[in-house]
Design a protein. Structure first.
Lengths: 168, 168
DNA sequence: AATATATGAATGAACG
DNA sequence: CGTTCATTCATATATT
């Protein structure tokens, strides 16, 4: 960075923005790795039992581990990565509001390239998207009253749904 | 990193593709923002539902710069007036923790006499009120526990910001 | 001002 | 599918 001062900008603003996006993507990946790590750790509970007297630790230790202590991290809910969100939005926007069973499989497969995801996640996402989209329309419908009579500017823009994407 | 420009490819094809998609998305969003701007200017009514602008854009300097002097940055969150708050609290206290759809309409109408408000605001308020009321009770349940020693139950600070690192 | 808290809003998942 | 819950995010307000 020091050289930047001497030589002028090394990167355009756009490139810097690109970088920022990439960084965000990596942050997401790291989160997912962390989550995978936790899940693996949980799964190990059952496996580690093999080297021990499994019967004796059946319920008690399991309960103790589950309830009392760390349980490190209780399940976090899935959050779409920016990339996943964008893909989802574009699919939704392109008309396929209710993908079929197979469609969900395909979409899930595609999104899996950009982060951990399950078919249930995709299914829920479309469910919610539809529901909230519809509710928003209903809300808009209430403003129908006055526009009717005296408003000739019906060049009325299509109410479009936009894709909120972006990072925090 | 700073020498990347001198060393050939800085980004993989996939990364470039990602960038391209992002840019396309930004273009779309800009169009839609502009359109929304007009619409919101036309109708002063509930900016409640229209939150999509600020939250997602806040971190993006480029977008912020784009909006520039034009305002677009409308959305402030609703804040109940003391009078509205009092009415809401009394309704909640009187047992109607979950007002019906129609109930929300009525309440909204009543509160509108004391300041700008929308049904969504009322809906959210009751949602939050219930949730936080319940959480208080939960807190009591914890007193049963051994107020004890070393249970660091809250790994709560978790929402880590992780460092990005490297391209591949 | 800077930090801490309160609270309006967004959203993934669950429920009927 | 429509509605509700639980959690999280972001901002307004309070406190130092």
């Amino acid at each position: 960075m020091e050289n930047a001062a001497l030589c002028g900008k090394v990167m355009t603003d756009e490139q810097i923005e690109t970088l920022r996006l990439q960084i965000a993507a990596y942050a997401t990946i790291c989160e997912q790795l962390a989550e995978m790590h936790w899940e693996t750790e949980l799964r190990q509970e059952s496996f580690t039992g093999m080297g021990m007297i499994s019967s004796s630790l059946s319920s008690d230790s399991a309960m103790a581990a589950a309830s009392g202590s760390a349980k490190i991290c209780a399940r976090q809910r899935w959050t779409p990565t920016p990339m996943q969100l964008q893909i989802l939005e574009s699919i939704f926007y392109q008309g396929s509001g209710s993908p079929s069973k197979q469609g969900i499989k395909d979409i899930t497969a595609k999104l899996a390239e950009h982060g951990q995801i399950s078919e249930t996640n995709v299914y829920n996402w479309f469910q919610n998207r539809r529901a909230r989209s519809k509710r928003k329309q209903q809300a808009n419908a209430q403003s129908e009253e006055e526009a009717e009579s005296l408003n000739p500017k019906k060049a009325r823009t299509e109410k479009l749904e936009l894709a909120p994407l972006l990072f925090h």
